[in-house]
Design a protein around this ligand. Structure first.
Ligand code: ZN
Length: 364
């Protein structure tokens, strides 16, 4: 096995796929602080205070709701559409520096629109035009950086399970607007104790338009667990599950995932920090793979977790006990499960397999 620094350098250089990254959890803290100062916002006293509010401290396991509550640190005005464009650009630059060749970026268009300075702080959702403009700006910024660095992109529109229907509607209905063609899939994130029924009315138009569906389920240690994973597959027909690690608690759910070929988007550090895994060594990933379930490796919220995808691969190897062949298979599985046309998925998978096989042959 390579020494830790060498292992990370080699893992960083290898092509990787990120299927589960929330834009809102991937902002650069320095950029947020620039916005905070430029907009004379008063939420944080200093950049250090912003970092403290956002980042999970090393060694702390705050649990699921305290983890989600950290997103409150982001709720201040960021400025105009140029600020949103910058966030898109930087998110792709950071992914590229991490060796990510295909990035699926999920974000809440309503959240982004609320960061525009002209949107008043209120419970009412922002006007549809601004929600669309914010999404367009983000996508334009991301595309600009992706073209420069040769990164493939897919965008996922993210709804909140604990948001009201009125709050989710402007995001979900972007499908009908010109910007809708840029989204590859729909996602639902958030508090799992909230019922999914009521959200499902949003799914049908996306499915009819040929878009993918990924649902967060089985990531809350206090939530319904495997039951939510089963519902995501059986009731809502999700192609992929965000996390899904609590499927490991139930053999019938494991069998269902195997049968349907549903792919789990596993994020090990996030799972340790939300306490759904009691540690890296105890993480469910190995058991899920041993049970024949398809899984991929992702970051979830690199800014909150103070990690990148390279670090997640290193943790999976050094602390979760996966061997290098298993890391390689996770990377290839990411390509196979990407929300891309089939020919692109295959080409991406071949490229990743060839690069990892060569590196493993050289003694990674
Ligand atoms: Zn997530």
């Amino acid at each position: 096995m390579s020494a830790p620094a060498e292992l990370r350098a080699r893992l960083r250089a290898l092509p990787k796929v990120e299927l589960h990254r929330h834009l809102e959890g991937a902002f650069r803290i320095g950029t947020l602080w620039d916005f905070h100062c430029a907009e004379n916002a008063a939420l944080h006293e200093s950049e250090a205070a912003l970092r403290t509010a956002l980042e999970v401290p090393p060694g702390e396991r705050p649990g699921f709701l305290p983890f989600l509550n950290r997103f409150a640190a982001l709720r201040f005005p960021y400025g105009n559409l140029d600020a949103i464009r910058r966030l898109g650009r930087e998110a792709v630059e950071d992914a590229h520096a991490d060796g990510i060749v295909h990035l699926e970026m999920r974000f809440s268009p309503v959240f982004l629109a609320r960061r525009l300075r002209e949107v008043p702080v209120s419970d009412a959702p922002p006007p549809d035009e601004l929600v669309e403009a914010a999404a367009e700006a983000l996508i334009a910024g991301a595309r600009e950086a992706a073209a420069k660095h040769g990164v493939s992109l897919a965008f996922i529109c993210c709804l909140g399970r604990h948001f009201s229907a009125a709050t989710n509607r402007p995001s979900a209905e972007l499908l009908r607007r010109p910007v809708g063609r840029h989204f590859a899939a729909l996602d639902v994130a958030g508090e799992e104790s909230y019922p999914m029924a009521g959200m499902d009315g949003f799914f049908e138009p996306w499915r009819a338009a040929g878009k993918g569906l990924t649902l967060h389920a089985g990531e809350d240690p206090e939530g319904p667990g495997a039951r939510n994973v089963r519902d995501a597959v059986e009731v809502y027909g999700a192609d992929r599950i965000g996390h899904g690690v609590r499927a490991a608690e139930d053999s019938a759910t494991l069998a269902l995932l195997r049968e349907c070929g549903t792919v789990l988007e596993v994020c090990v550090t996030s799972n340790v920090q939300t306490a759904v895994a009691s540690g890296y060594a105890q993480h469910q990933l190995r058991a899920l793979l041993d049970a024949g379930v398809k899984a991929t490796l992702n970051t979830d919220d690199p800014a909150l977790s103070a990690i990148d995808l390279t670090e997640e691969y290193a943790h999976a190897h050094e602390r979760c006990g996966l061997n290098l062949k298993q890391l390689r298979d996770l990377a290839v599985a990411g390509a196979a499960a990407a929300f891309l046309p089939e020919a692109d998925r295959r080409a991406l998978g071949d490229r990743i397999a060839a690069a990892w096989d060569e590196e493993i042959d050289k003694g990674l």
